[in-house]
Design a protein around this ligand. Structure first.
Ligand SMILES: *Cc1c(COP(=O)(O)O)cnc(C)c1O
Length: 328
């Protein structure tokens, strides 16, 4: 639209997405924030300074909430499986795939979003044997919960969905993979609050935002993601994990292989040890430090309140005053 202007004078800016905190925060966590940040914490949700008080929340209290949220997810999954079996009369394999064999104390990775090619829903299955070894560790088990739909016209997305569902049925993963059907806002609430880690592995640079990761992060479910979409802005080295295969090869297979390798290495060397390292009281101190940093940094900056204020200040008000908005 402005072919004559140099790029820095083109009056197109951006506002980063945010999520509606009152909608997505778990009630147990909201109560914890009221106790330690003040009962008006929601009114000050976009003020980064108020969130520093989170660092003073006793680990024991925060861990108790996180354990409860994971258990709510498993009760929810089991009741859905029970209903599928008892009312809809689905077969036993589908009852297993719905998550009945999952362990409510094991490290749980969530992956829930639209199934479509660039989001690479099957990336974590690139090396099935290596994944199976991670999931089926006796001492430190890991499990995966998938949910999602594909667009009716997206055949590639449908194939990815079928393949992931087949993995959930495959005994080689020992019943440690669940696929939750009918992904909707209700399912999303349980998943973004109840998992331990939120996985996001799109093909860079195609992810515009990836808001489910924000919903998870404000609930103390750290993001494990490619440095794309909001994570390119949100990651600070301590508030989650960055999957970086380091390849810019034009061949997708090469990039996928490198990213999958980086993902497995993070799980094996950083994430699983941090989750299972417990002190004498059974508290994962290192893990809780990541959780606190996740909430502290993501809640103020990726809240809808910050987003709406920015729209008003940077776009709507200048437009009203007949000025063009300026890029930051
Ligand atoms: C948040 C949400 C989405 C969007 O998630 P992305 O991470 O942006 O892909 C889609 N569906 C439901 C039900 C959601 O809650």
């Amino acid at each position: 639209m402005w072919p004559d202007r140099p790029e820095e004078q083109v009056p197109v800016g951006y506002v980063t997405n945010g999520v509606h905190v009152p909608t997505w925060i778990a009630p147990d966590l909201a109560a914890l924030f009221s106790k330690h940040l003040g009962s008006d914490w929601l009114e000050r949700q976009d003020d980064p300074a108020q969130w520093d008080a989170l660092l003073n929340v006793p680990d024991e209290e925060l861990w108790a909430v996180r354990q409860s949220l994971r258990r709510y997810l498993f009760v929810f999954l089991r009741e859905r499986a029970r209903n599928r079996w008892a009312v809809e009369r689905v077969g036993t394999p589908r009852v297993v795939a719905a998550g009945t064999l999952l362990d409510p104390d094991a490290l749980t990775i969530g992956y829930a979003r639209r199934f479509t090619g660039y989001k690479r829903p099957e990336l974590i299955f690139s090396n099935p044997e290596r994944l199976a070894a991670i999931l089926s560790s006796r001492e430190r088990p890991v499990q995966l919960v998938f949910a999602g739909k594909s667009h009716p016209a997206d055949d590639t997305g449908k194939h990815h969905l079928q393949h992931v569902y087949r993995r959930a049925l495959d005994p080689m993963f020992g019943g440690r993979i669940a696929f939750v059907d009918d992904y909707d806002l209700h399912v999303a609430h349980f998943l973004v609050q109840g998992c331990d880690i939120w996985l996001n592995n799109p093909r860079k640079p195609l992810e515009a935002s990836g808001t489910s990761g924000m919903k998870a992060a404000i609930n103390g479910v750290p993001h494990l993601s490619i440095g794309d979409g909001w994570w390119a802005e949100g990651y600070n080295n301590r508030n989650g994990w960055l999957i970086d295969g380091g390849s810019n090869d034009p061949n997708y297979d090469v990039v996928d292989h490198a990213d999958a390798n980086a993902l497995y290495t993070l799980l094996e060397q950083s994430i699983v040890p941090a989750f299972y390292e417990r002190d004498a009281n059974g508290i994962p101190r290192q893990w809780l430090a990541v959780i606190k940093e996740s909430i502290r940094t993501v809640a103020p900056r990726f809240s809808a309140r910050r987003m709406v204020k920015e729209y008003v200040q940077r776009m709507y008000a200048p437009a009203l005053e007949q000025r063009v908005p300026v890029a930051r």
